[in-house]
Write a protein that binds this ligand. Structure first.
Ligand SMILES: Cc1cc2nc3c(=O)[nH]c(=O)nc-3n(C[C@H](O)[C@H](O)[C@H](O)COP(=O)(O)O)c2cc1C
Length: 196
């Protein structure tokens, strides 16, 4: 009986090591890689409610982003008020899908914390939110505000943002109406090994 227990332990340990090694190598079965490869822009949403817990997880993922000199210049504005989503979606043509969204996260940067890298840091935040949303079955899309002055003026005016707060992106969120397929963008011709 003791021999059987020991052997079971050996087999489980060996299996865990193999599976862990596979994950490190980024092969199939790596959930992080699968999420990255499955991410896609989703622009049509059902009426299903996104829970506060789900939003909280998206915000945690957002703030886990890297930032230049670790300045963390991000500010995140969560919009759940349906009339606000309607209004903003009506004004921002590039984000008209806000009118169907259940919620949205507006990714902003504080230029007093980082005047030259805020938009790079906030791009990392935005991608983290998109990936976290994908992993949770929530549809999302990056709609650009920066670097368009007209879009920035609309969002700043809507929320009366202070002058030092710049908007990078508006991310409409909602459970997808249909199954969306990710594009396969891998292109070996874009890879250069050791020389151009
Ligand atoms: C910087 C940036 C700005 C974007 N702006 C918009 C936008 O204003 N409206 C929109 O519908 N999609 C926008 N997108 C989403 C792109 O259209 C989308 O990522 C692209 O078509 C590739 O499709 P995929 O995200 O499904 O892979 C933007 C994406 C990025 C990275």
């Amino acid at each position: 009986m003791k021999f059987l227990k020991t052997m079971t332990l050996v087999v489980i340990t060996a299996f865990s090591c193999i599976s862990c090694n596979r994950q490190q190598q980024g092969e199939a079965g790596n959930p992080t890689l699968e999420t990255i490869l499955n991410r896609k822009s989703v622009r049509d949403y059902s009426a299903k409610e996104i829970s506060d817990e789900a939003i909280s997880n998206l915000l945690k993922a957002a703030m886990a982003a890297p930032s230049s000199r670790d300045r963390r210049p991000w500010e995140l504005l969560v919009v759940s008020d349906k009339s606000l989503l309607q209004e903003l979606g009506g004004k921002l043509r590039s984000a008209s899908m806000l009118q169907k969204a259940n919620k949205a996260i507006i990714v902003c940067g504080d230029t007093t914390l980082s005047d030259n890298c805020w938009f790079l840091d906030c791009s990392a935040v935005t991608q983290n939110i998109l990936l976290a949303a994908e992993s949770m079955g929530i549809g999302a899309v990056w709609t650009a505000v920066y670097p368009y002055d007209d879009r920035a003026a609309i969002v700043s005016e809507q929320f009366q943002l202070p002058g030092n707060i710049k908007v990078l992106a508006v991310i409409p969120l909602g459970y997808p109406v249909e199954k969306n397929t990710p594009k396969d963008k891998f292109d070996a011709a874009r890879i250069h090994n050791n020389k151009w």
